[in-house]
Design a protein around this ligand. Structure first.
Ligand code: ZN
Length: 205
């Protein structure tokens, strides 16, 4: 039971940390080495180390991002690979860049030019609002009780949680857990903020 609770704790911590860290992602090599994100990444590494101490077989799933070099857990089928991009943002940034590239190439071809003309024509007639140009497609999102979550992040947290708990964890479960944790943290943050404001008021000159 204790082990179970310990894992529950890690699950919440690591899932929440992944989201918090990802929110601060910037597409540069040392994005996680400075500022407030640095402390979060240190915390995330502590969780990661604790998990790896308890589950040594997962050590082969640890890899580093080929772009920014941050450590993360990957699926066992990718164990040992050194060419992966991190789930914090490098992977997504790369995906966007490739799709922009593909789109630029495609609209440069005869077929692409014709298609674009048709699309533009439709648009000027007020039809077909959906833009099929992939460079404008943002990452898919999930929404629950007013909280928006990045689908790829949920997928990553789900994969890691399944590894840590050695069972299949559903997307539903992860979304619920993340929404609950984010709620708790935002309540805690609000309380801290109220406290700070009350303190400032009391001690105002
Ligand atoms: Zn990275």
């Amino acid at each position: 039971m204790r082990v179970f609770r310990k894992h529950q704790h890690h699950k919440r911590d690591s899932g929440f940390l992944v989201i918090k860290i990802q929110e601060r992602f910037q597409f540069c090599r040392d994005w996680y080495r400075t500022g407030e994100v640095r402390a979060m990444v240190e915390q995330y590494y502590v969780v990661l180390r604790t998990v790896l101490r308890a589950r040594t077989e997962l050590r082969r799933c640890v890899t580093r991002c080929r772009h920014c070099r941050i450590f993360f857990l990957t699926h066992p089928r990718n164990g040992g690979r050194r060419d992966l991009r991190c789930p914090f943002g490098c992977k997504e940034a790369h995906r966007k860049r490739c799709s922009t590239q593909r789109s630029v190439e495609y609209y440069g071809t005869e077929e692409g030019k014709t298609k674009k003309k048709i699309q533009n024509g439709k648009r000027s007639h007020g039809e077909a609002r959906a833009d099929h140009n992939p460079q404008f497609l943002s990452a898919p999102q999930l929404e629950r009780d007013g909280v928006r979550l990045d689908a790829a992040t949920v997928g990553y947290v789900r994969m890691v949680t399944s590894l840590i708990e050695a069972r299949r964890v559903s997307e539903e479960e992860i979304v619920e857990m993340l929404v609950r944790t984010m709620r708790q943290h935002s309540i805690a943050r609000r309380r801290r903020m109220d406290y700070v404001l009350a303190y400032l008021k009391k001690n105002a000159p």
